[in-house]
Write a protein that binds this ligand. Structure first.
Ligand code: ITT
Length: 219
């Protein structure tokens, strides 16, 4: 069964179809239709932005539509870039920015942030908390929006990790070359799609969507 996926991001389409491998669902790009229903992703939350992407396409086609909004939240940057992850390097112009530009901006803002979270001897002195607040800990967040027959459903996932000091690896997309998921010592870009699609924020959220779709439209 084909379902529209309201996105311009080829990396997302590839990953989401891989995550639904073995099911009877295939996510297809709406192509030109998406241009006609193009929206400003200016919401304050992933849910809001995901809804803004899916709703106009649902109205235009009357068909079921899935969209996804995602981002990277870094502790030392108070949760930035968050919903602004895709255009982080061009925040004030609103123009699209490349993955390389976004990564460069993130790394330069993090130059002063230490890797460690403080030692036990700092406990109680306030030093450890200060250090922890300035760590390179980060999480990826993914929120799917699914609209069918005017009903809206959301599915969320996250994965925690740390931001590296330099980019490593060539797989994936976006911030993958600088994100090491917890429990691993390589970036998502080095680990490759098999590992990423098992533990990522998108994998967690899409599992929930998958359960819902399989119940709604069993094979
Ligand atoms: P659409 O809005 O067309 O879906 P987009 O790339 O603009 O595509 P978002 O608005 O959801 O998507 O922005 C998410 C950004 O967060 C994305 O461009 C990456 O920079 C980053 N990101 C999200 N998930 C990621 C992942 O799995 N790997 C790397 N970067 C990711």
């Amino acid at each position: 069964m084909k379902i529209y996926l309201a996105t311009n991001n080829k990396g997302k389409i590839r990953e989401i179809n891989a995550l639904f491998g073995g099911t009877h669902f295939e996510f297809v790009s709406p192509g030109e239709l998406l241009k006609e229903t193009d929206v400003l992703e200016d919401g304050d939350s992933y849910r809001e932005n995901a809804y803004k992407k899916a709703y106009p396409l649902h109205v235009a086609t009357s068909a079921p539509v899935v969209s996804e909004d995602s981002g990277m939240e870094v502790e030392a940057l108070d949760g930035a870039p968050g919903v602004h992850s895709a255009r982080f390097a061009n925040l004030f112009t609103g123009k699209n920015s490349t993955d390389t530009e976004n990564i460069q901006k993130l790394l330069s803002l993090l130059k002063e942030a230490p890797q460690d979270a403080g030692s036990d001897k700092d406990a109680g002195s306030g030093k450890r908390d200060a250090k922890r607040a300035a760590t390179r800990a980060a999480r990826y967040v993914s929120v799917f929006c699914f609209i069918t027959g005017g009903q809206v459903h959301y599915f969320e996932g996250e994965v925690w990790g740390d931001i590296t000091e330099t980019p490593m690896g060539s797989g994936g997309f976006g911030y993958d070359p600088v994100f090491i998921p917890r429990g691993y010592s390589d970036t998502f870009a080095q680990l490759g799609p098999t590992v990423k699609n098992r533990i990522s924020h998108r994998a967690m959220a899409s599992q929930k969507l998958k359960d819902f779709l399989l119940t709604t439209w069993p094979r």
